[in-house]
Design a protein around this ligand. Structure first.
Ligand SMILES: NC(=O)c1ccc[n+]([C@@H]2O[C@H](COP(=O)([O-])OP(=O)(O)OC[C@H]3O[C@@H](n4cnc5c(N)ncnc54)[C@H](OP(=O)(O)O)[C@@H]3O)[C@@H](O)[C@H]2O)c1
Length: 333
């Protein structure tokens, strides 16, 4: 099968599409024929071998053999199942998350049947379904499971035009909160169209200058910090970053002190959130933002684009689905 492989850490060009054996499903696995996957910021960091402490997991000098084909999000069709699997069968259309096993940047990937896998939303293409996995479930995990966001609260979403951010704006609104989105000038209209009550262009105004205004600052891109954002929180407010090692220390520190809290977490097991995302998408509550779509052969270009830090929503890799310029206005020729 064709697979995108990187044998050393570095810039996008370290990723090459080459032949690899098709994975053999273990008794609890589902083998998926990949129709679409994505390139996320997390994979860009893994490809670079960052952060430095992450090399303990990624590989000290070069990527560990089992982490050389990245790919976290997948939408496709079940090709075969292991002997112990009854939940899925060949021909089922699914979407899911590979987590620490990665491997979806390929024509086939195996995923545990009891893991982060669900029937694909009927209303979405494979490309859209792949883009509705990590960002949507992570936003749901934080806003609903960790924070119980509800009516009467004011939620600020920093990085509102990114993958987690585009879903966070829609979900916080769905839960009844007043939503303020923060993004750059090019994305103000997009974020407004997702339902934000107010959009702050960070080149014009610094939200951290607001005093006691927010119940939640959901910093999806960790471009701010607790130090800067704490003054903008109401009493009992929470600063919620998705990344950054030091935030774990802040979370411990603020847990034992009065005042605003730092809340951290990792959305890895998506077995309960994926079916909810499917329902919300099918009910028209969640819209999927696909910025660009690239064929697998041009995955290095996709990495180069995501490395800019300017992607809007999600960048899809079409493995089987042909790229359809009529659906994705920004798809490169
Ligand atoms: N904790 C977890 O469970 C978990 C799960 C998934 C991902 N993550 C992490 O979450 C992070 C975000 O992921 P993502 O995929 O949502 O990000 P992303 O889509 O790559 O974010 C891109 C967006 O960031 C915005 N941005 C850039 N600079 C900004 C700034 N100074 N202020 C506000 N927005 C800015 C850009 O908007 P403009 O172009 O408008 O500036 C762009 O739309 C990653 O570090 C990832 O590793 C954590």
């Amino acid at each position: 099968m064709r697979a995108a492989v990187h044998t050393r850490f570095g810039p996008p060009d370290v990723v090459r599409v080459t032949e690899r054996p098709v994975p053999v499903p273990r008794p609890d696995d589902v083998l998926i024929k990949v129709h679409a996957t994505t390139v996320t910021s997390a994979e860009c960091a893994m490809r670079r071998g960052e952060p430095a402490w992450g090399r303990v997991i990624l590989g000290l000098r070069r990527p560990r053999r089992r982490l050389r084909t990245l790919g976290l999000e997948v939408a496709g069709v079940v090709e075969s199942v292991g002997s112990g699997v009854s939940r899925f069968g060949p021909g089922d259309e699914v979407f899911g998350f590979t987590g620490f096993a990665v491997g979806a940047h390929a024509e086939y990937v195996r995923v545990p049947a009891s893991g982060s896998l669900a029937p694909k939303p009927a209303a979405l293409t494979f490309a859209e379904s792949a883009a509705a996995v990590d960002g949507a479930t992570t936003a749901l995990f934080f806003l609903h499971h960790k924070l119980s966001v509800r009516a009467g609260q004011r939620v600020l979403v920093n990085g509102a035009s990114g993958s987690i951010g585009t879903y966070a704006v829609q979900l916080a609104k769905h839960f009844g909160a007043e939503v303020v989105g923060v993004c750059g000038p090019a994305n103000v209209e997009l974020v407004r169209s997702l339902g934000a009550d107010e959009v702050i262009d960070y080149t014009e105004r610094d939200f951290t200058a607001d005093r006691s205004r927010y119940d939640v600052v959901f910093d999806t891109v960790a471009k701010s910090s607790f130090r800067k954002a704490r003054g903008s929180l109401r009493p009992g407010g929470k600063y919620v970053p998705t990344t950054g090692l030091s935030n774990n220390l802040w979370a411990l520190w603020t847990a034992v002190r009065g005042g605003p809290k730092v809340v951290v977490g990792m959305s890895v097991d998506k077995s309960t959130t994926l079916p909810v995302v499917k329902e919300l998408v099918e009910a028209g509550v969640l819209r999927v933002v696909v910025d660009r779509t690239y064929p697998l052969e041009r995955i290095a270009e996709a990495y180069r684009y995501v490395d800019t830090g300017r992607k809007r929503g999600n960048v899809v890799i079409a493995v089987v689905d042909p790229v359809d310029p009529s659906r994705d206005a920004l798809t490169p020729p």
